[in-house]
Design a protein around this ligand. Structure first.
Ligand SMILES: Cc1ncc(C[n+]2csc(CCOP(=O)(O)OP(=O)(O)O)c2C)c(N)n1
Length: 577
């Protein structure tokens, strides 16, 4: 059997029926086999970055490993941002890239790049296969490593001669032998017992949970723990959806754009039970100010996370679902008490809010909030990165895990549209809504064509403020309103120094998103007045094919609440100062 055939057979054996990618010279042997492999659907994107984000969106929404296949050189380097995005958010991917002939490696051969070197620090593991006899075993390992323990992307570089070489007796291996890699699943029972006792003693316990809950499939167990203990909970961007937005214990997202209730609770709690989180700086602020009064328990499948950023008093290495199941069994029921009253008071006293007037400009928050009235409750919501992402995190009504996809750790603009496309492919029965900024959409706008030609009915909501809004917000609040290179209307007639809107501002936005949509056979709609928002959303969501709904919003709206970078979580700007 030829190397290229082994790759395709291995994918089938791993249960892969969908691959995202883009072809090129050295990968033709594999594409040649794919040509007559109807069991595998290949999604030809319009850019390799689109392919890797689409594989990522597929993986996040289905829980399966996303597979991406690209050629050597520029094909491989175009996946780098997507691989780093997946690594930061612990998303299982296998990236198969082509490579030049093993004899040419190191000679600057045509389209040669050192993929192993390039991906070393941004993937969970990587391989360069030099011998066709290692191919099957390596692919088996790669899938196992990608999906087990703390999931992550694994890169496999495939020299063209390996793909063209033959193996005499090919068998796909059944077992994995990786003595150096044994993820711990069950937590230490003594430690779990200690945590159960600590919860009984605590006066102000708080759960702080993240993406680890979703990747371990621990949502139901978590709900069970909440039912038994009523412990207030804050959920990071990556964990949104693991608790329904209206759950009585849910205080919202913590951190820089977190709710006031969540940040106050983090500051005051005396026992912090962190599960599947990594104490990201966007959540904690300066570490010496974070949860100062708390005993910190940290449950994580990745031992390297324990104590990485904060001193942990009660470490438990293990899978969140297993550890929380055992914790729920061991902990005594806890009734709501004065601490619950206090956190609920904060929730009521400091809701996130906006004001939409009947006339005048559309407020971006209103668009995202109004979507709650018309969206299918089972819909998958995907965002890009920026202000619209934070408003979605604050205003969207999250209901289920794997139904909110967003680039958290890397904050990758351009993620939204291709990730939504991957989610649509993986979930043909679900409504998929992509909320994006006018900046981020343009980073992978070429994928509109992929959506249209494949009939992916993605509903795209463009919050068009004609600014790179989140950067403008920082310049507004912390850089004396010097709007340097954030205006997407800026042209040669604009003054050198700009502090916002004035008579020089060109009237038209380029490109015309509605026309771009229509040129790609995607339905285009636009709303510019408050009264047009709901009808446009309704019309767009009812349309059967892909739709782009552009909302022209007030340009200088800021995301609040906000804790300034480098400030403690107590230092909250509300926008009403
Ligand atoms: C690839 C990439 N480049 C730059 C940034 C820095 N950045 C973060 S948010 C942002 C602005 C995003 O603007 P837009 O897409 O219009 O969304 P908005 O913030 O206006 O909602 C920028 C430039 C980034 N996160 N990713």
């Amino acid at each position: 059997m030829k190397g290229a055939e082994i790759v395709i057979d291995a994918l089938k054996k791993e249960g892969v029926n969908t691959v995202f990618g883009y072809p090129g010279g050295v990968m033709i042997p594999i594409f040649d086999v794919l040509y007559s492999t109807p069991e595998i659907r290949f999604l030809l994107t319009r850019h390799e970055q689109g392919a890797v984000h689409a594989a990522d969106g597929y993986a996040r929404s289905t829980g399966k490993v996303g597979v991406c296949m690209v050629t050597s050189g520029p094909g491989a380097t175009n996946t780098i941002t997507g691989i780093a995005t997946a690594k930061m958010d612990s998303i299982p991917l296998v990236i198969l890239s082509g490579q030049v002939h093993t004899n040419s490696i190191g000679t600057d051969a045509f389209q040669e790049t050192d993929m192993v070197g390039l991906t070393r620090s941004i993937c969970k593991h990587n391989y360069l296969i030099k011998d066709v006899n290692d191919l099957a075993k390596t692919i088996k390992e790669a899938f196992y490593i990608a999906r087990s323990g703390r999931p992550g992307p694994v890169s496999i570089d495939l020299p063209v001669n390996v793909l063209n070489s033959k193996v005499k007796n090919y068998v796909y291996p059944e077992n994995i032998h990786l003595p150096g890699y044994k993820p711990v699943i069950q937590g230490n029972p003594m430690q779990i017992e200690k945590l159960a006792r600590a919860i009984e003693r605590a006066k102000k316990p708080l759960l702080y949970t993240g993406g680890g809950i979703i990747s371990s499939g621990a949502t139901e167990v978590l709900h069970g723990l909440l039912d038994k203990t009523q412990i207030p909970i804050v959920v990071t961007l990556m964990g949104l959806g693991s608790i329904p937005y209206d759950h009585p214990c849910f205080l919202g997202m913590p951190g820089m754009h977190g709710t006031i209730a969540a940040n106050k609770a983090l500051t005051e709690c005396d026992l912090l039970i962190a599960v599947g989180v990594r104490f990201d700086d966007r959540v904690t602020g300066p570490l010496h100010t974070f949860a100062q009064q708390a005993t910190i328990a940290h449950i994580d499948i990745d031992a390297a996370e324990i104590g990485k950023n904060v001193k942990t008093h009660l470490p438990i290495v293990g899978d969140a679902a297993h550890v929380l199941t055992e914790l729920t069994e061991r902990v005594k029921p806890r009734l709501k008490d004065a601490w619950n009253d206090r956190t609920e008071y904060w929730k009521e006293k400091f809701p996130t809010r906006y004001e939409q007037k009947d006339q005048g400009t559309v407020i971006p928050q209103y668009v995202i909030d109004a979507l709650n009235q018309v969206i299918d409750p089972e819909a998958i919501v995907v965002t890009d990165v920026g202000q619209h992402q934070m408003w979605t995190a604050l205003y969207h009504h999250f209901r289920k895990p794997r139904h909110f996809l967003s680039s958290g750790g890397l904050g990758t603009m351009g993620f939204g549209l291709p990730a939504a496309m991957g989610a649509a492919l993986g979930n043909p029965d679900k409504q998929v809504v992509c909320i994006t900024g006018d900046g981020g959409l343009q980073m992978n706008i070429q994928e509109l064509a992929t959506c249209a030609i494949n009939r992916f009915p993605v509903k795209i909501i463009v919050i068009n403020n004609a600014y790179l809004g989140m950067v403008r917000q920082w310049q507004d609040l912390f850089w004396n309103k010097k709007y340097s290179q954030v205006c997407l209307k800026r042209g040669p007639d604009c003054p050198q120094e700009c502090r916002g809107l004035d008579e020089h501002c060109p009237p038209d936005y380029i490109p015309d998103f509605v026309k771009v949509a229509e040129a790609n056979s995607v339905k285009g709609l636009r709303a510019a007045k408050p009264g047009e928002v709901l009808p446009t959303l309704k019309k767009g969501l009812q349309h059967t094919g892909p739709v782009l709904m552009e909302f022209l919003v007030s340009r200088e709206e800021n995301v609040y609440p906000m804790v300034s970078a480098g400030k403690p979580l107590t230092d909250i700007l509300t926008g009403e100062e």
